[in-house]
Design a binder for this molecule. Structure first.
Ligand SMILES: Cc1ncc(COP(=O)(O)O)c(C=O)c1O
Length: 362
């Protein structure tokens, strides 16, 4: 028998979440599978990167003051409570590392972001699934899953991949019912796309000791490639996360791009308007084609192919791929009869709809 290093039991049992985006980002692919900003990023970001005078041989600041200031003034927040990370993914991992002893429980919702259970397991915790109610987060089922071992609750609103959103009153009810010893993670990754009805998570953070808000530059701000996220934390949680975060996880170009994109309000407004137009327009076109959907509140929606008399999700997925159009396969999320479609450019949406129509009518 050969003797070799063996990963921990937890790591060996892990079903790794690796989104299949391909090895290189191909320019010709119409990628409607990753919930990115369909129209790219602020043109000022490119200019700033091209004209930058970043000293590439220097380590970056641990927390870039210009970036923190730009976030704080855009959303009227306290700079000392903003912590940036290598994507909000990093902050999800840090929260699990910080709050879970082996065997502790962390609740996530049934059709929720797959990084949550992965980060919980890697930290040695036990992921507990709170069933959704009709593809929507259920506060009652989260509460029903609480035990003395619960340390964290993860909740994305709007939720990925269902796109559904729960109301301010439901969030308030959850907060009232949750013990103050449990950290409530409000993952507001898609919040900038929502124009009404979403709780002000920052205010909730400011009036609590156990609520945190996560945000990202990968969606509306359109700089997913650079990996930049941020969170808003009560001071004690901030201090814990700051003490374990990798010192240089946000690189200097990401910090520069983050600051510039945060300051470009015109591009943010253009992105929201483009998204709103296509989220409505595409539903009209789906209705005409007889394609069922779960209407999303963010920049994506689920296409529902559960009807056994119609085409299957895998048929549609593979036929679209023949035309270089990629939607997201939902099997890893437990939704094999659905496909997730993100909003792309207007040209991409035109091509996608005409192609889908062609496949369905065949
Ligand atoms: C709900 C949710 N949270 C967090 C993230 C991760 O964002 P980031 O790119 O900042 O790591 C995503 C990305 O898809 C997401 O859907």
């Amino acid at each position: 028998m050969t003797i070799k290093p063996v990963p921990s039991d937890v790591i060996q049992s892990l079903v790794s979440y690796r989104p299949a985006f391909g090895k290189n980002v191909s320019k010709s692919l119409i990628r409607l599978s990753a919930n990115e900003n369909g129209i790219g990023c602020s043109p000022h970001v490119r200019e700033a990167i091209q004209n930058n005078e970043v000293d590439l041989y220097r380590y970056p600041a641990q927390q870039d003051e210009g970036l923190i200031h730009a976030i704080a003034s855009r959303f009227r927040l306290h700079p000392a409570q903003i912590l940036t990370g290598n994507g909000s993914d990093e902050l999800i991992y840090l929260l699990c590392t910080a709050f879970l002893n082996p065997g502790d429980e962390a609740i996530h919702t049934q059709y929720g972001f797959l990084v949550f259970p992965q980060a919980i397991k890697i930290a040695g915790g036990v992921p507990i699934i709170a069933p959704d109610d009709d593809y929507t987060v259920s506060v009652d089922s989260i509460i029903a899953k609480l035990t003395p071992k619960t340390k964290l609750v993860f909740l994305a609103n709007p939720n990925n991949p269902t796109g559904s959103m729960i109301s301010e009153s439901e969030i308030s009810r959850l907060i009232e019912l949750l013990p103050k010893s449990v950290v409530l993670v409000l993952d507001w990754a898609y919040s900038e796309y929502v124009t009404k009805g979403l709780s002000d998570a920052a205010k909730l953070v400011e009036s609590s000791t156990n609520i945190v808000m996560l945000r990202t530059f990968s969606k509306l701000f359109g700089i997913a490639a650079l990996r930049l996220g941020w969170g808003y934390f009560p001071p004690e949680i901030y201090a814990v996360l700051q003490s374990i975060r990798a010192p240089f996880s946000v690189n200097q170009l990401a910090a520069l791009a983050g600051k510039v994109s945060m300051e470009d309000r015109a591009f943010q407004e253009e992105s929201v308007a483009h998204n709103q137009f296509w989220m409505t327009e595409i539903v009209n076109r789906f209705n005409e084609m007889g394609v069922k959907i779960l209407k999303g509140q963010a920049n994506f929606m689920l296409l529902d192919f559960r009807d056994k008399n119609g085409p299957s999700a895998s048929h549609i997925e593979s036929r679209l791929l023949e035309h270089n159009i990629q939607l997201r396969n939902m099997t890893p999320y437990g939704l094999p009869d659905m496909l997730r479609m993100s909003i792309g450019t207007s040209n991409e949406m035109e091509e996608f709809t005409s192609c889908l129509k062609h496949i369905i009518l065949q």
